[in-house]
Design a protein around this ligand. Sequence first.
Ligand code: ME8
Length: 515
Amino acid sequence: MSKRFYITTAIDYLNGEPHLGHAYEKIVADVIARFRRSSGVETFFLTGLDEHGQKVQQAAAAKGQETQTYCDELAVLWQSLTVKLELSNDDFIRTTQDRHKRFVQAVLSKLHAEGQIYKKLYEGFYSTKEETFLTEKDRLPDGSFPAMYGEVTKLQEENYYFRLNVHQQWLVEYIEKTPGFVEPDYRRNEVLGFLKNNELEDLCISRPVSRLNWGIPLPFDTGFVTYVWFDALSNYTSVPASAGDPVLQTFSNATNSNPLSLWPADIHVIGKDILKFHAVYWPIMLRAAGLPLPGKVLVHGWWQKDGEKMSKSTGNVVDPIKVIEEWGVDAFRFYVVRELDIGPDGNWTDAGFKSRYSAELANGLGNLVNRSLSMLKRYRNGVVPPRSDELSAEAEKVIADTRSLLEANRLQAALQSIWSLITRANQYVDQTAPFKLAKDPGKAARLDEVLYNLAEICRILGVLLWPFLPKTACNIYSQLALTDSPDQNKTATWGGLSAGHMIGNPAPLFPRKDT
Ligand code: ME8
């Protein structure tokens, strides 16, 4: 059993409906997973839902529903999104599943038995609205607490704490000597800055049942449930453990006739707001449990809509399902990855979306494939002419560049590289003017060359585009009447189309829309 390439996304709070930000993150992870698989690497892609904690309990209460019923109903919508987005995830974790709860309790028991979790009395201020403890530092200059905390009460409460502080120096050194652990670099610097300028406090990992009962009971004290972040982060390991991963055997008695070797994860894809949880708490939790650390935390930025934060109250939330219903899943996948590099914040505008659809998909890719195959059909009855290598070197360069960009998770740049080939091939049509060549029987050999080069570029584009636009890639392959799938990156090499092969019927990939 060899270890698979293991990639995860954040698990979304089940306290509302999915929006653009959630969908973007999952697509980023999916493109990476598909590329790895297409390169022959055995891959496991995990996504799912974070179902415990105050936020979810409150959302259920607001609907007057039993919390578990609320979760079960809403989870159907979220799981259906994975299908609509064409995600190739291998599993879908819900933190209310038994496999997950068992694992979290096993970790807690071990840490508690080793003295890494201890009980302490807390005296201080507490905001019920934000479900958080406050300190003197949180006060405004006039002595009051900011309005966002609502009513702040004095609280005396016993809780369980996880020893974070003792690992602080180790973590600084680890991040310093492991440059790729957090990417992009400026996020890594942010973590190092935080760790060097603040002393870590031990992490409160429990909530008394009297205040919150929607959580995993502490195995050593049923008067408490587990703090939602301790619970949620563990999903990355609870799934491999339940699949019989040998690295996680200490925490699992799962028996699996076909065990998977997944841990450590290769990439955790997350948004910038949850960096501290993934680059500070999570590595320390793993170290405390005696487990290896993940390879990389890949941090993306946040989407806004028309320059403003998306929010339900403003009513400006981009609904991925609506966009997909109107424009198709690949148009959505293309726009989000092409528009926003992994790192900075992005801005969705409907005009920007339509403009990329029209320029890059309909007029760029769609037009190239449609006119290339239509001309082959018209001038050669759809029969591929003898091989010609006129564009071979240019195509091979794009193939190599795209591969190395994808290996570095530079998805936006990889799409730009692919589009440079599309632009080149469209220019080639204009320069060689096959419609003129077709009128002159003396130019038949030249027309053959041009038609071969165009058809072969279309085939190669199918393979290169597959991780990003799987439906479109398959569509190109089926218009070329190729019976294999475009999901093998090694087939992106010049000369795959054989002379004499008969293509199928061309049809527009991205219908033009009059908007
Ligand atoms: O944080 N643009 O869940 P969540 C881009 N359950 N990404 C966005 C975004 C936006 N506008 N809004 C949210 C949680 N996200 C926890 C995670 S992981 C062990 C637990 C991203 O539903 C956000 O950054 O609030 C996060 O990565 C993911 O969506 C889930 O956010």
